[in-house]
Design a binder for this molecule. Sequence first.
Ligand code: ADP
Length: 240
Amino acid sequence: MDAQAKADLVFKTEDVTKIYDTGEVKVHALAGVNLELMSGELAVLLGPSGSGKSTLLNILGGLDGATSGRVWFRDLELTELSERELTRYRRDHVGFVFQFYNLVPSLSARENVALVTDIARDPMKPAEALELVGLGHRLDHFPAEMSGGEQQRVAIARAIAKRPEVLLCDEPTGALDSKTGVQVLEALDSINRRFGTTTAVITHNAAIRKMAHRVIRFQDGRIADVEINDARIAPSEIEW
Ligand code: ADP
């Protein structure tokens, strides 16, 4: 691999497997995954429920370990790190967005974001992060006063306020209707374009593939195919 291609590579996995051993049964969640994600890309991970998407995202984000195989974030081999080093990796480099927003109900939008910015090295101001997701007018609202889409955008603001290099999103629009879901996708798209944040989005919704640079389809714990999308469309043009 030449130097430029290596510089552009953010994640690389080599024959990653994951077996969940629950005692009675062994579940082969990942059965040999080889993946590359490039700097600044927005990747969409598609595939049936149970095909291994979340398992892989959790391994990339340092939330879980592989059973075998190797995983790199740039030059850092995640599969060699201790728990303590993985915690530091997550804190310094990764923003997470999940299907359910996990906001603290007793804190305002601004205070929810501040929970993260208080411990980050070079954070944005909470108001700046909230403005980036279109919530500059909701700074002092509480989660119960906001729609699901707005709460998810607070969660995105919280994830990006520490200026992570990568943003990992597990079904971020899974609980939303089409209109509010599009606003969430617009927030992710705008962060990706503006900051070049490498972004991976798991979805059940195949229509979302149209906004991605790279579409990765999972089947039975493996990558069935990868498509590079030369004709990306804006989230506002996506319908489901
Ligand atoms: P997807 O995100 O594509 O729906 P997952 O990665 O969540 O797929 O799951 C892959 C497989 O691993 C499924 O069979 C699921 O039941 C199993 N699995 C996921 N997490 C666990 C766990 N913590 N313990 C046992 N099995 C698990």
